[in-house]
Every structure is written in structure tokens, then in C-alpha cells.
Design a binder for this molecule. Structure first.
Ligand code: GTP
Ligand code: MG
Length: 218
């Protein structure tokens, strides 16, 4: 039988990631680029949200980094619409990290002040734990996911700077309890702004775009 040795680990396991994230944030701030980390479960409408926000941006040029485990479907879609989009594939990892974003931004050309939207891997757990150099964490939830998500996945809701409730066109067809959802959100995050949107009707995105454009990348 071997002796068990206890080791006190004093260094934060995220410290190297956070150091690179700070560098990414500072670098892009100096270029006048606001960085938005777009998070949410698979299929909540992250890419749909980007497509709907972009036409409402009055001054900021949109840039996109698409994070997927595999495939470039969303990137090809956005490039065909004329948006500067860079693909990252993690081939297994369930979230993006700061070193991946650091490499990506050095391959991109930021020719104008704007907003870099980083669509994280579809996942309501891991992305919330890693800083990737963002100024804003934008969490997308949907009425089809159910109103209990803030209670079951609290970290994502706690860390969000803005929350969108998407697919509101489907409210008549699903049992989404908005009061229960908002009670769960407020238990984690007292002040976060919450916007109801729909990629089907286009409602809500003008207000989201205006809110984003009112933020400073400092
Ligand atoms: N009815 C309805 N469908 C929506 C809405 N938003 C997105 N969808 C549909 O939901 C599906 C997923 O949308 P995406 O925008 O690809 O979702 P995503 O979060 O980017 O998905 P991943 O990148 O795979 O994680 C698509 O079939 C969309 O057309 C909405 O507001 N209402
Ligand atoms: Mg997508």
C-alpha cells in the first residue's frame, strides 16, 4: 500500500489562460474593438442572433470568430453574407480558451473600430468558466430550453453581462414560465439586462445592438 501525499496547490489553474485573456483584451481595446463572448447551449440561436444583430449596428463594424468542435458551417454562412469570419475548430474541447483567441486575432485584420463577436462552443457549462479576452459575456437562452436553466446552470447566468431569451415566437407552443425563469436569473445576477428576441420575427435585436454599441472597449 502506498502512502498518500497531499499537495497544496496554490496557483490558480486558470492563471496562464487569464494572463493571455488580459493581453487579448488590452490589445483589442487599443484597436477600439469591443469583444463579446457569445455563449449558449447547442442550437439556442447563437449564429442566428449574430445575423440579426449586425443589420442594426449603426457605427460598429462586426467581426466574428466561430468556435465549433468540428465543421465550418456557420463560418461559410456568415462569409457568404459578407461578414469577416474566422473559424476555430477545437476537435473535442468543449470551450474556447484565450490562447486559441490570441492566435486567431493575429491572423485577422481589424481595419476599423467595431465589435468582435466570438461564438463559443455550444455548451451551457464549460465556456462560462474560461475568460477569452472578452469585455462582455452575452448568454443566449431560449423558451424551448425550459425555464429552469438558471437554477441548473447557475454559473453561466451569474457571469453574464447580457442575457437574451430567444425563440420568443414559439412562446404559444411551449410551457415557458417567464416569472420562474426571471426569479432564477435574479437569484444569480441582480442587474443583468434581459432582452426577449426572436430570430423568426426579428423582435428585440435593435435594442440589443444599441445596448452593445453603448459599451466601451476599455
Ligand atoms: N422558431 C425559431 N427558430 C429559431 C430561432 N433562432 C434560431 N432558430 C433556429 O434554431 C436552429 C439553431 O439556430 P442556430 O442559430 O444555428 O443556433 P446556434 O446556437 O448557433 O447552434 P450551434 O452553433 O450549433 O450551437 C436553426 O434551425 C434556426 O433557424 C428563433 O428565434 N425562432
Ligand atoms: Mg452556431
Amino acid at each position: 500500500m502506498h502512502d498518500v501525499i497531499r499537495l497544496d496547490v496554490k496557483e490558480n489553474i486558470h492563471s496562464e489562460n487569464d494572463h493571455i485573456a488580459d493581453h487579448v483584451r488590452q490589445h483589442l481595446s487599443e484597436d477600439g474593438i469591443l469583444v463579446v463572448n457569445v455563449m449558449g447551449a447547442p442550437g439556442v440561436g447563437k449564429t442566428t442572433t449574430l445575423k440579426n444583430i449586425f443589420p442594426h449596428l449603426r457605427k460598429a463594424k462586426p467581426y466574428v470568430i466561430e468556435g465549433d468542435i468540428e465543421s465550418d458551417i456557420d463560418t461559410v454562412d456568415l462569409q457568404n453574407m459578407g461578414f469577416d469570419t474566422y473559424q476555430i475548430n477545437t476537435f473535442g474541447a468543449c470551450h474556447l480558451d484565450a490562447p486559441l483567441i490570441h492566435d486567431a486575432i493575429h491572423k485577422m485584420d481589424f481595419d476599423k473600430e467595431g465589435i468582435l463577436f466570438i461564438e463559443n462552443i455550444g455548451n451551457l457549462v464549460c465556456p462560462a468558466e474560461f475568460s477569452i479576452g472578452e469585455h462582455i459575456k452575452m448568454l443566449i437562452s431560449t423558451v424551448t430550453e425550459g425555464s429552469d436553466k438558471p437554477y441548473k446552470y447557475p454559473l453561466a447566468f451569474e457571469k453574464a453581462d447580457i442575457i437574451l431569451i430567444n425563440k420568443c415566437d414559439l412562446l404559444p407552443y411551449v410551457d415557458f414560465d417567464e416569472d420562474f425563469f426571471m426569479k432564477g436569473v435574479r437569484a444569480q445576477n441582480k442587474d443583468v439586462p434581459v432582452f426577449k428576441v426572436s430570430g423568426k420575427t426579428g423582435e428585440g435585436y435593435r435594442e440589443v445592438a444599441a445596448w452593445l454599441e453603448s459599451r466601451n472597449p476599455d
